[in-house]
Every structure is written in structure tokens, then in C-alpha cells.
Write a protein that binds this ligand. Structure first.
Ligand SMILES: [Mg+2]
Length: 201
């Protein structure tokens, strides 16, 4: 029997917020020397990669849009981030950033297709890296991260204590939003979830 050739496999991804998820949040970080990767973050990334997840940073960087740092400086900061992660055995597949400066501070308001809570960066990454969005996760410390993940068709994990899920629009998100103490705990949750189907006969 001639079997149909399998469709090219799309990889699941973990989309990652940057500030207060992967690194210590220094508002409008301008100096790469100020970068500090959060404890346990690199180890968590390495475990996710071993389990087959693409790792994609998706970060709002309005400091550029506000004229506080240049895009070139932002790239220098991200080069340094990748260097620090590599020193700890972790790598990212891609970094997406949105430089749009928002008019409001409502974290649930979509102002620009790329700025979280909009899913633009995640959708573009899915195209460019051939990612499986329903099998993917968004991890971040803000409601805007959670919403960006949901809008892209992923599940989302809110980490840390900067934001709560209170007031989040709830329709159709049952079972798609979780909370965890930090990125390490979020990675454990994702890895447990991934093991679950194979445990079912
Ligand atoms: Mg953040």
C-alpha cells in the first residue's frame, strides 16, 4: 500500500516574554551590562529544548518607539542576552520584538498588530519557523502576554506576581491559561503536560 507522505512536521514552541520572565526587569534597559538572566531560566530553556520545543522570544520594546534607545542598541542587548544564555547552555531559535510605543497603559488593548496582547509576533514566528501553534505555549508575567498567547491559539502561563488573571476576558479560555511561580515552574508544567498523552494507553 502506498501511504501518503507525511505532512512536514510543525514544531511546538514556547514563546517567551523577556522582562521579568527571562531577565530581571530594568525599565527601559539601555546598557547590555545591566542584563541579568533570572535564576533557573537557562536551565528551564535547556529542558524545553531537549523536549523538542522551539524557543522564541517575543518582547514589547516600546523604549525604541519612545526614542529612549535605538533599535541598534536593542539588538546589542539581545546579542548579550544570547551570549549569557549560551554560557548557561541555552539557546533561542529567534527573537521578535515590537518597538511600538503605546498610547494607553491598558494591557488588554490591542494598539498594534505586533504589540502584545496582539499575536502578530507569534503568528509571524509560526510562519517563519513552521511552528504548531495549538501545541505551543506563551509564558510571560503580564496579562498582555497571556492574551497574546490565547489570540495566537496557544495556551498561556502567567508567571511571577506582577499581574493577576483577574479581569481577564474569560470566554473560551477554559483550560488554556495557567499560572506558575516562574519560568522554571512553567517549564515543569509544560513538560508534564507533554508527557500526559503518551501515558494514556
Ligand atoms: Mg514582562
Amino acid at each position: 500500500m502506498n501511504a501518503e507522505p507525511p505532512a512536514p512536521a510543525r514544531r511546538p514552541a514556547v514563546f517567551l516574554d523577556r522582562d521579568d520572565t527571562l531577565i530581571v526587569d530594568v525599565p527601559y534597559l539601555a546598557d547590555p551590562a545591566g542584563l541579568r538572566v533570572l535564576a533557573g531560566a537557562a536551565t528551564a530553556l535547556a529542558a524545553l529544548r531537549r523536549a523538542g520545543y522551539a524557543l522564541v522570544l517575543a518582547t514589547n520594546q516600546s523604549a525604541v518607539g519612545r526614542g529612549l534607545i535605538t533599535e541598534e542598541r536593542l539588538r546589542t542587548i539581545h546579542d548579550e542576552l544570547e551570549r549569557l544564555l549560551a554560557a548557561d547552555g541555552a539557546t533561542l531559535d529567534a527573537i521578535y520584538y515590537c518597538t511600538h510605543a503605546p498610547r494607553s497603559d491598558d494591557r488588554t488593548a490591542v494598539e498594534h498588530p505586533d504589540r502584545k496582547p496582539a499575536p502578530g509576533m507569534l503568528l509571524r514566528a509560526a510562519e517563519e519557523l513552521e511552528l504548531d501553534l495549538p501545541a505551543s505555549w506563551m509564558v510571560g508575567d503580564r496579562v498582555s502576554d497571556v492574551l497574546a498567547g490565547l489570540h495566537a491559539g496557544c495556551r498561556s502561563i502567567l508567571v511571577g506576581s506582577n499581574d493577576t488573571l483577574d479581569g481577564l476576558p474569560t470566554p473560551a479560555q477554559d483550560g488554556r491559561v495557567f499560572a506558575a511561580a516562574d519560568l522554571a515552574a512553567a517549564a515543569e508544567l509544560i513538560l508534564d503536560e507533554r508527557l500526559a498523552p503518551s501515558e494514556t494507553p
